[in-house]
Write a protein that binds this ligand. Structure first.
Ligand SMILES: NC(=O)c1ccc[n+]([C@@H]2O[C@H](COP(=O)([O-])OP(=O)(O)OC[C@H]3O[C@@H](n4cnc5c(N)ncnc54)[C@H](OP(=O)(O)O)[C@@H]3O)[C@@H](O)[C@H]2O)c1
Length: 249
């Protein structure tokens, strides 16, 4: 995977899957713009991307806020010039019955998981046009396809993000910009600590994964680097399940 000379914008790069993808792209030679709200945690990612040798910088932004995204686009352009790769990874989950959700909570999850992808694509797609290359990866989920109790708003946003991915892929295909979802199964990141910290729930969860373990974040990083490579130029308008077989059952 050689991404030398490419600039990648990765949201939610301060931990978890976003950090792993940022490091994988940096190791493949890409310049990386690391986006999140927690500067202390972003700096930890920066240590790893800097070690790869390409240019890298942290950017503080709430990707659910229009003004922040507009300012981010300006700041990234000033620092790196046009972006070639956008990874819409920032996301959140609230697990509880639909009747326990406030409207504010519903709106917050929708804004974080779905509206953010719209705002980021609207800001950065113009960078990619006319280059004959562009990559947009949206972090969808197994919950774009199947679900579990307590996941109404999360599943709704992730299924909608997959629809957004397909439609945007149609719009951008003539520009040779691909738009692909990565749909992870269970990965042991902060988002899943409520499950991991509960031994009974954890055992129940792992028993549902045919491969019999949680995913390693490096496995997501490797997939993202491949999807950004020239070798993946014919993959668009779909998502790649990386779920240890969860959805095959
Ligand atoms: N882990 C899994 O098993 C799994 C499975 C399926 C799909 N996914 C999806 O993969 C993505 C990453 O998951 P993860 O497990 O790595 O989650 P995580 O550890 O909870 O990290 C979430 C990231 O999103 C950022 N973020 C959240 N809201 C933001 C906002 N408003 N503006 C900017 N950044 C924001 C956080 O950064 P700050 O706190 O610094 O803002 C953090 O870096 C999510 O979209 C998630 O839904 C994960």
């Amino acid at each position: 995977m050689n991404l030398a000379g490419k600039t990648a914008v990765i949201t939610g790069a301060s931990r978890g899957l976003g950090r792993a993808m940022a490091v994988a792209l940096a190791n493949a030679g890409a310049n990386t713009a690391l986006v999140g709200r927690d500067l202390t945690e972003l700096e930890k990612t920066l240590e790893q991307t800097r070690a790869a040798g390409a240019r890298t910088q942290v950017f503080r932004a709430d990707v659910a806020a229009e003004a922040d995204v507009l300012a981010l686009e300006q700041a990234v352009t000033t620092a790196f010039g046009p972006a070639h790769i956008l990874i819409n990874n920032a996301g959140m989950n609230l697990r509880k019955p639909v009747t326990d959700f406030t409207l504010e909570e519903w709106n917050r999850v929708v804004a974080t998981n779905l509206t953010s992808a719209f705002l980021m694509c609207r800001a950065f797609v113009p960078h990619m046009k006319g280059q004959g290359y562009g990559r947009i990866i949206n972090m969808t989920s197994i919950m774009s396809h199947v679900s579990l109790p307590g996941r109404t708003v999360y599943s709704a946003t992730k299924a909608a993000l997959l629809g957004f991915t397909r439609a945007l892929a149609m719009e951008l295909a003539p520009e040779k910009i691909t738009v692909v979802g990565i749909s992870p199964g269970p990965f042991g990141t902060e988002m899943n600590q409520p499950i991991i910290q509960n031994p009974e729930l954890n055992a129940q969860f792992v028993s549902k994964i045919p491969i019999g373990r949680w995913g390693n974040v490096e496995e997501i990083g490797a997939l993202a680097a491949f999807l950004c490579s020239d070798a993946a130029g014919f993959i668009t308008g779909t998502d790649i399940l990386i779920d240890g077989g969860w959805c095959a059952q």
